[in-house]
Ligand binder design. Structure first.
Ligand code: BDR
Ligand code: CA
Length: 300
């Protein structure tokens, strides 16, 4: 059983919603709580609640986290697209407790048991480490979507900087250099796992309320992007909780390049004897898509 906390910027891209759905619908995963980060954390929290409501899951609490990057004067990129997923503002209960307090308490009271799965900028995780450095020893693992190293053998074009790290490079630097055991699912691998309108149609056809909401979001997102595919960045990180062999990794350190005046955020892989990051290199695309769709469609 994998006990996890999902830390999400849901609403920025459609993939966070699919990552949440995969976690909810994988019997190997126990979702201990969901925390939101970056930009409008309240709308993000309500999005999570809405999807859990559609999945008939009322057992998982949602906590709002930090809105701005560690350096408060940084621009917040790509916030405000949350409405793409939330058509109306429904009243759902969000916990009063702060996401960072929840993360610290859950890890400290369950040493070696909890895996953090950050699928947005790393601000909540960095602040949790600052407030309680012992979580680095007590967390089971951090499986995160973020960064890009270009170590793998890929014929795809990759941007020099990945969004989650770019949004808060100081937070990313703090997390990567904390010594915590990390699995980094970066753009090198996530750009290879894509869904198209074929998967969207299968979700619609299933008739399941959560799947229909996902299909609607995918449809809007594909139209917004003007493409017939979208990458499953965040679900790939979640899938490793179920089947680690989907992604091949290499253990190295990650140095995050930043200049406090500019949002850089390049992630540079560095060889080291005591490396703490398993960096994703190659991915079994077919096995991943099969796992994702089997889990989502299994409800029907
Ligand atoms: C990451 O950025 C977000 O938009 C996606 O949800 C994913 O977490 C990909 O760079
Ligand atoms: Ca995300």
């Amino acid at each position: 059983m994998q006990r996890i906390i999902l830390d999400t910027d849901i609403g920025t891209d459609v993939d966070d919603a699919l990552a949440l759905a995969l976690a909810l619908r994988s019997p190997e995963i126990v979702l201990e709580g969901v925390t939101t980060v970056y930009g409008d954390v309240d709308i993000r929290a309500r999005l999570v609640k809405k999807l859990m409501h559609l999945a008939n899951r009322h057992d998982v609490c949602v906590y709002k986290g930090i809105e701005k990057p560690l350096l408060q004067n940084r621009e917040v990129f790509w916030a405000g697209h949350e409405e793409l997923l939330l058509s109306n503002h429904e009243a759902f209960d969000i916990e009063d407790r702060h996401a960072v307090d929840f993360i610290i308490d859950k890890i400290m009271s369950n040493p070696g048991e909890i895996t953090l799965v950050p699928i947005g900028p790393l601000t909540n995780i960095a602040v949790a480490i600052i407030r309680e450095p012992r979580i680095v020893e007590h967390v089971k693992e951090i499986i995160l979507m973020g960064g890009v190293t270009r170590l793998g053998n890929n014929g795809i074009e990759l941007p020099p900087i990945e969004h989650n790290v770019k949004c808060d490079p100081e937070a990313a630097s703090l997390v990567f250099s904390s010594g915590a055991p990390i699995v980094m699912v970066g753009l090198d691998v996530t750009m290879k796992v894509r869904i198209t309108s074929k998967e969207k149609d299968e979700l619609y056809a299933s008739g399941d309320p959560l799947n229909i909401a996902l299909a609607q979001s995918i449809e809007k997102w594909l139209r917004f992007r003007g493409k017939d595919w979208t990458a499953m960045h965040d679900p790939l990180a979640v899938s490793l909780l179920v089947d680690r062999s989907i992604v091949q990794t290499q253990r190295m350190n990650i140095r995050v390049e930043y200049d406090h005046r500019h949002p850089t955020g390049q992630t540079v892989a560095v060889f080291s004897e005591d490396a703490n990051v398993e960096i994703g290199l190659e991915v079994d695309n077919e096995r991943f898509i099969r796992l994702l769709m089997d889990r989502l469609l299994a409800q029907n």
